[in-house]
Design a protein around this ligand. Sequence first.
Ligand SMILES: [Zn+2]
Length: 249
Amino acid sequence: MTRVRQDRVQRVRAVVPTGAPKGPGSPADRILQLQRSVGNAAVGRAAQRRTLQRDLIVEGSLAQTHGLLLDHLAKAPNARRLFEYCKSQRKTTVRFRGRFDTRSEFGETMCHVTDNNGRVHDIDQPDTVDWNAVHQKSPIEITIFINVGFVFGQGEDAETLLHEIDVHALDYLQFIEQMRAAPDRRAIKGIWGRAARGTSSGERQHRRLAAGRQRRLTQDIGHVGQQIGLGQELEAAYKMDVEEHSDYL
Ligand SMILES: [Zn+2]
């Protein structure tokens, strides 16, 4: 079953306009840097990696500012659950990656399980899984992609990261916790099916956001805004995010 997970975005913003100021630190310069880092990864040069803590990976394809923001976001009341869980559990990883997205999504969050045969399964696609090859401790990775084709301010960057964590990744975390505690394979199959049909449905997650009922996100935005002094920017980015998803209502 196809799941809507990508963030549909109607606005066009932040693409460097022709004739924009150039020079170090300018939007044009920043996008060039990002293009360079992503380009390098694309030609197979070893991607630079910064490991903040065990099982939290921030790839060099993501802007350095995102890495710095994540240090703060990892302390937000709800987002921290994801970081703490992955820190305490072996075989549960969160990976943040930058990528150029030619569609206009700001971010995308996915969750994959690796089975005993090394096959990787998207949890939103449970129909092809060999249930004899997965178990409670199968390795799981949540991957959060951030579209580095946009030039954002820090408030928007932080809101995009928080959206992916609070709106999407924490529902995957619920699946992971249940799967880790499952008594047998049959239970795993049931948990997996329920997640794909319900909890981790992008439609449902975005509808809740559009209705202003995504409390995890609003709480974390309030907390992070105070901590890094970007309250107004974060609030504005959140309001825009809610408006952009109004067609889910
Ligand atoms: Zn989303």
